[in-house]
Design a protein around this ligand. Structure first.
Ligand code: SAM
Length: 259
């Protein structure tokens, strides 16, 4: 088990360093808890047994990894390029079994084929080039045993026209190509908005990138509010009207199997 390194990593983009870790920990992520994470867990359930290994690649402060461990009963390992994020996760995500730093594009301390599943939520937006995306996919492919599932959660950079409950993607009317810089606004728990500069990864580009990184059986879905009513936390479903989410759901789940 990794006890984590306190060294600072230069990788990690928008959320790097301790300021980045604290900023991300303060976002509300209501839209993600409605239309994103529950569908990632659904895509994994039945495909990962109790106590099998699920890697959360780019786990950040560990909130999602912790919930995945509770919901799926899996042995969840959190990995991230940010030592500060891992330090935060270690103190706030008690159900996560281990934490590992990603250094020079490689997860320290995890051997080839050790994972029964990997999820990767909102990490691509930190990656500026196709080469960087392929590097992350290749490392995830290395961790997975053949035939094991990979589930990826991303925001659709085409969804620029609406203000969602907890996020705003890009600038209204703008269009973004692969890797383009794109502002993302995230609502904090105190109701204020935090803006970060992200990179756009059009969702129809992802299947080809996954296939060239050694994945097969790639599928995509865009969860809706109606579907979420049966899956997400009922209290969250009731808390907001979800007007924009109903009009144009902004999150896409891409699933694949390690070839
Ligand atoms: C927006 S946060 C998402 C955190 C978490 N997955 C969630 O959904 O709450 C993105 C995380 O990805 C990490 N990250 C960025 N680039 C990475 C890379 N190349 N490999 C692994 N983690 C990375 C960042 O340090 C950050 O913790």
């Amino acid at each position: 088990m990794s006890n984590g390194s306190e060294e600072h990593s230069e990788e990690g983009g928008a959320w790097s360093g301790s300021a980045g870790a604290e900023a991300f920990a303060a976002v509300e992520a209501a839209t993600d808890w409605l239309l994103g994470y529950p569908f990632v867990f659904e895509a994994l359930s039945g495909r990962i047994g109790e106590d099998e290994v699920l890697v959360d690649y780019g786990c950040g402060p560990g909130r999602v990894a912790d919930r995945a461990a509770r919901v799926l009963g899996a042995r969840v390992l959190g990995v991230d390029t940010s030592a500060e994020m891992l330090a935060m996760a270690r103190s706030t995500a008690p159900m996560v079994a281990e934490f590992h730093l990603v250094r020079d594009g490689r997860v320290t301390g995890l051997p080839d084929g050790c994972a029964d599943a990997v999820m990767c939520n909102h990490v691509l937006a930190s990656l500026p080039t196709e080469e960087a995306v392929l590097g992350v996919f290749a490392e995830i492919r290395r961790l997975l045993r053949p035939g094991a599932p990979f589930v990826l959660l991303t925001s659709d950079p085409a969804c620029t026209d609406l203000e969602y409950t907890s996020l705003r993607v890009g600038t209204a009317g703008a269009s973004y190509g692969p890797g383009d810089e794109m502002p993302l606004r995230l609502r904090r728990t105190d109701g204020s908005w935090q803006e970060v500069l992200n990179h756009a990864w059009p969702v129809d580009r992802l299947p080809l990138l996954l296939e060239s990184a050694g994945f097969r059986a790639v599928g995509q879905r865009r969860p809706t509010v109606d579907e979420a009513s049966a899956l997400a936390d009922p209290e969250l479903v009731e808390r907001y009207p979800w007007t924009a989410e109903r009009a144009a759901p902004p999150l896409v789940i891409t699933s694949a199997l390690a070839a």
